[in-house]
Design a protein around this ligand. Structure first.
Ligand code: HEM
Length: 389
């Protein structure tokens, strides 16, 4: 068993941390000490990560203090969310919501998403010709889309943004995180009571009609808001910033709009913003990639590094819109693979295509490498993205 000390903090938006890449080439499955002193297995190759995320002997249940994602502020008796359930509960709850996020169902939202993006761009163009794109577009678009899907009045979107920011801010204390969760949960709880009294044509009402108990519907509503908001916003900001920085890629996309889906996929692979979620706890002894993992040991997939696995992605540090790398791990893999991946792809596609078409003069006001990146949060992203046209 080898041991070295690693940090999850990224030092560049363009590459995974150097010590993660070193592990991939020298010791792809390593027993490491994290900077907080905990020890766990880290996996850095794509094939090993897929084996791990597809293995039902590795648990997502964070209530166990040995789980890498266990947080001491979590009340032990609280109801679990989908993302931290294991089979058979996970299978049952996921099956009840899956129909809301199929490609077909999500595509039926395309016209409304286009309107939402157009409205945000209209508002942006009506003001001064320099804005923070995070505030103008990246945060409001996914917030409005998921709010409408759930049946949440848009008037409350600022409230969600504030709570989400309080929840995910790296410097937030456990009390601040707990308070943000409390505010959101109590709002959603009231909303679900409203839906019981007067159901609408929305996701929460349909979950109730399908027989999911009100508490379960509340948990799902809360998870969808948290899981889909900042993640999608971060990917929008990083993607726009990259296209404005790498003008060659922008020109390729303008000349070949049919490459948009490939561009979205490649940008998802390149930034792999949500690797911290891919952590599990071994419930039995098992083997991955020839390495023995014992029951009770934590395992973390460094998906950002695995998405640069040169045996799967030739020239992995290059952005290539024709790569068609749908086998990347940016949405995870296996039973917990991102429920909202079709929605996230669609939102990214619509936002990027709309900006290219409607604001061709868009430019960054400072060099890409000087942007303020979210280095310590649960998802990678950009705090502020000043653009002009
Ligand atoms: C670019 C945007 C997004 C990224 C990068 C992302 C990433 C991920 C990843 C890596 C996982 C797997 C976690 C694990 O294995 O433990 C996940 C799960 C999940 N995501 Fe996303 N996500 C995004 C957008 C969304 C959206 C838009 C929604 C919904 C509105 C959403 C809802 C969920 C849910 C509910 C799960 C839990 C699924 C389960 O446990 O069965 N995500 N996401």
């Amino acid at each position: 068993m080898t041991s070295s000390k690693i940090s999850l903090t990224r030092t560049s938006p363009h590459r995974p941390p150097a010590d993660h890449l070193r592990l991939q080439s020298e010791n792809p499955i390593s027993w490491v000490e994290m900077v907080d002193g905990r020890r766990l297995w880290v996996l850095t190759r794509l094939a090993d990560v897929r084996a791990m995320l597809g293995d039902s002997r590795l648990s997502s249940d964070r209530r166990d203090p040995r789980h890498p994602n266990h947080m001491p502020y979590m009340a032990p008796d609280r109801r679990q969310q989908l993302i931290e359930m294991d089979a058979p509960d996970h299978t049952r709850v996921r099956r009840a919501i899956l129909g809301e996020f199929t490609v077909q169902r999500v595509n039926s939202w395309r016209p409304r998403i286009q309107e939402i993006v157009d409205e945000a761009v209209d508002a942006m163009l009506a003001g001064p010709s320099e804005v923070d794109l995070v505030e103008a577009l990246s945060l409001p678009v996914p917030s409005k889309v998921i709010s409408e899907m759930l049946g949440v009045p848009y008037a409350d979107h600022e409230f969600f943004q504030e709570c989400s920011a309080d929840f995910s801010r790296p410097t937030a204390t456990p009390e601040q995180r707990g308070a943000a969760i409390g505010r959101l949960k109590s709002y959603i709880s009231d909303l679900v009571q409203e839906k019981i009294k007067s159901p609408g044509d929305d996701l929460l009402s349909r979950q109730l009609a399908a027989g999911v108990d009100p508490e379960g519907v509340e948990e799902m509503g809360f998870l969808l808001l948290i899981a889909g908001h900042e993640t999608t916003a971060n990917m929008i900001s990083l993607s726009v910033a990259t296209l404005l920085d790498k003008r060659g890629h922008l020109a390729t996309l303008l000349d070949n709009p049919e490459l948009m889906a490939g561009a979205v996929e490649e940008l998802l692979r390149y930034f792999t913003i949500a690797e911290i979620g891919a952590a599990r706890l071994a419930t039995e002894d098992l083997e991955i990639g020839g390495v023995q993992i014992k029951a009770g040991e934590g395992v973390l997939a460094l998906t950002n590094t695995a998405n640069r696995d040169p045996s799967v992605f030739p020239d992995p540090d290059e952005i290539d819109f024709t790569r068609m790398a749908r086998n990347h791990l940016s949405f995870g893999f296996g039973p917990h693979v991102c429920l909202g991946q079709n929605l996230a792809r669609l939102e990214l596609e619509v936002v990027l295509a709309t900006l290219l078409r409607r604001v061709p003069a868009l430019r960054l006001t400072s060099p890409f490498d000087e942007l303020s990146f979210k280095e310590d949060g649960p998802t990678y992203g950009i705090h502020e993205l000043m653009v002009a046209w």
